[in-house]
Structure formats: structure tokens, C-alpha cells
Design a protein around this ligand. Structure first.
Ligand SMILES: NC(=O)c1ccc[n+]([C@@H]2O[C@H](COP(=O)([O-])OP(=O)(O)OC[C@H]3O[C@@H](n4cnc5c(N)ncnc54)[C@H](OP(=O)(O)O)[C@@H]3O)[C@@H](O)[C@H]2O)c1
Length: 294
């Protein structure tokens, strides 16, 4: 009987990681999957939920290299889900890559950012560094350059509902977002098999929208009027700070909107749909679903 490759998903407790594991389970036996967690003892509920499904759980803390050396033993393919700790990611991701190399992992798939090599977004800097680290390591790798999750835009809606206005600095820049589950399907597809080493996938939704168009969908779904108000990136950053956003979040919001105005999150290459073998989830579906659940 052929031996099933061992597939490791880091950040398995996160929203993307959980989607990836659920998608993998549709085609791969649970015994082939390893869920990497920062601290299974601290998050026993999540660890036990994986174990109940027959999935092995291992400690893999990006900031504690000593956990990574043993985590990757016997692993054939590794999905490195980018850390949520902005500012720490260069070191964290290099820790993971070095440990995977030492353990003899055969393929690393990394969740990067759309057009990381040329993106003007401040968030792209750590991804560029990780992509360079992968190239330096000499381990076969594949880049999943993810565009925006549509779900990201739901974070701005509670405040927009309060004022009847969504503020931003994206002008009429178009955003080709897709549902988180679409990107998870792409990651699961690449991890589960096929010849992906050396590939760079620019992943984004099939359709695009401006923030004004997003607001129109929100207004229709909620039955409440809402307008889009554009401002300069600096005004938007100040408004986000005034609304209570932490400094880093305000910076990311204003910088990303400024990038959207320059086309940083627009893509019409259709690569995500091709990779997952189906159209991406329309942004209207994700946004309407969120609004109706409020
Ligand atoms: N494309 C987009 O629109 C977009 C939007 C947001 C984020 N992202 C990026 O995509 C990644 C996945 O998205 P998501 O929605 O799944 O984010 P998420 O729900 O915040 O999950 C992040 C995962 O990273 C793990 N993590 C953070 N620091 C770690 C560490 N030191 N060691 C091990 N694991 C660590 C978290 O573990 P714990 O459960 O232990 O915290 C969690 O499992 C994010 O981390 C971020 O880099 C992309």
C-alpha cells in the first residue's frame, strides 16, 4: 500500500487553518494530517477537537524554535500560514523555514500577499522577507500570494452602521477579494498533492468592487441607508485612532486603503478559481451573509 505523505498545517487554530484542515479532510485521511498549534496545553479545547477527528496535534510556536525542531519530524509537506503577529513575522517565519529545512521537509507552501514582490503595501514587507528566506533555504516551496479576504471588510461595518457612513481612503480603487474559505481550498489543494514546487500563485477573487459598491450591497442587505465617505489616508488614520483602533491597526487600515487606490488589491488573472476548480465566492454572498446575521 502506498505511504500517504504527512501534511503539516501551522496556525491550525486560526480561521484559515481550520478551513484548510476541514477541506483537506474531504480528500485525505485524518491520519495524514498534523495540526500545528502554538500551545496545545493552553488551548486544550482546540487540540482535543483535532484529536477527535483523528488528527495528530504537535506544538509549533513560531517564536520558540525549540518546539519546531521536533514538530516537523517526518513531515513531507508543510503549510506555513503567515503569523498574525505583525512586526514579529520576519523572525518567526525564518524560524519555521530553518526548522523545516533541518527536518528534511519536502515542500513548504507559504501564504504570502498578492504580488508581494511589487506590492506598495506596508504589510508586504514581511512577506517579501519570508519569500527571500524560502529562496535562500533551498527547500522546494510554493507561494500562495493571497489577496484580501472579503471577511476583512466586515470588521469595518459595525462602526459604519453606527454612523450610516463607511469611511476610507481607497478612492475608486477596485478590490478583488475572495472568501477566506476560497484561499483555504487553494492551500489544501496545493498541500494535498500535485506538482506545485516553484510555482507562484497570485490568488484573488473573480470579481472586484470599490468601497462605494461594497456600501451599496451593505445598504441593500440591511435595508438601512449607508454612504461611502472618502478621505486622505492621513485623515482616515486619525479617524481610525479616534474610533479607538490601536496604532498598528490604524496604520494598516490607512496604508491598505491608500494601496487599494493604486490598484494593489485588484487582480483579474483568475488563478484562484483555476486552482480550486470552481468560481470564487462572490463578495455579495459573504457581505450579505454577515449583514443578515447581525
Ligand atoms: N489576506 C487577508 O485578507 C488577511 C487578513 C488577515 C490576516 N491575514 C494573514 O493570514 C493569516 C491567517 O489568517 P487567519 O484569518 O487564519 O488569522 P487568525 O485567525 O488570526 O489566525 C492566525 C493563526 O496564526 C497563529 N499564530 C500566531 N502567532 C503564532 C506563533 N507565534 N506560533 C504559532 N502560531 C501562531 C495563531 O495561533 P493562536 O491561535 O495560538 O493565536 C492562529 O492560529 C494571518 O495570520 C495573517 O498573517 C490575511
Amino acid at each position: 500500500m502506498p505511504v500517504m505523505p504527512k501534511l503539516f498545517v501551522t496556525g491550525a487554530t486560526g480561521q484559515l487553518g481550520q478551513h484548510v484542515i476541514d477541506t483537506l479532510l474531504e480528500t485525505v485521511p485524518a491520519s495524514a494530517i498534523v495540526a500545528g498549534m502554538r500551545d496545545p496545553a493552553k488551548d486544550e479545547g482546540a487540540a482535543n477537537a483535532f484529536r477527535k477527528k483523528g488528527i495528530e496535534v504537535r506544538t509549533a510556536d513560531y517564536s520558540r524554535p525549540e518546539t519546531l525542531a521536533s514538530a516537523f519530524a517526518g513531515v513531507d509537506r508543510l503549510l506555513l500560514i503567515s503569523s498574525s503577529e505583525n512586526g514579529e513575522r520576519k523572525v518567526q517565519h525564518r524560524n519555521v523555514i530553518n526548522a523545516a529545512k533541518d527536518a528534511g521537509v519536502g515542500l513548504i507552501a507559504y501564504t504570502s500577499i498578492l504580488r508581494a514582490d511589487t506590492s506598495p503595501l506596508f504589510l508586504a514587507e514581511e512577506h517579501r522577507d519570508t519569500e527571500a528566506a524560502l529562496a535562500e533555504a533551498g527547500v522546494p516551496f510554493v507561494l500562495l500570494r493571497n489577496g484580501w479576504y472579503t471577511e476583512v471588510y466586515t470588521w469595518r461595518l459595525p462602526l459604519a452602521f453606527k454612523h450610516g457612513v463607511l469611511i476610507g481612503a481607497a478612492e475608486d480603487g477596485r478590490i478583488s477579494s475572495a472568501a477566506r474559505a476560497d484561499y483555504a481550498s487553494a492551500a489544501a489543494t496545493v498541500l494535498a498533492g500535485g506538482d506545485h514546487a516553484g510555482r507562484i500563485y497570485e490568488l484573488a477573487g473573480d470579481a472586484s468592487f470599490t468601497l462605494a459598491e461594497l456600501v451599496a450591497v451593505v445598504a441593500e442587505a440591511s435595508g438601512k441607508p449607508m454612504a461611502y465617505q472618502n478621505m486622505t489616508p492621513e485623515e482616515f488614520r486619525s479617524a481610525a485612532l479616534q474610533a479607538g483602533a490601536p496604532e498598528i491597526v490604524a496604520r494598516i487600515l490607512s496604508d491598505t486603503d491608500a494601496g487599494v487606490a493604486k490598484g494593489a488589491l485588484f487582480d483579474n488573472g483568475g488563478e484562484l478559481a483555476r486552482l480550486i476548480g470552481r468560481p470564487t465566492t462572490p463578495f455579495q454572498t459573504t457581505i450579505t451573509g454577515f449583514v443578515r446575521n447581525q
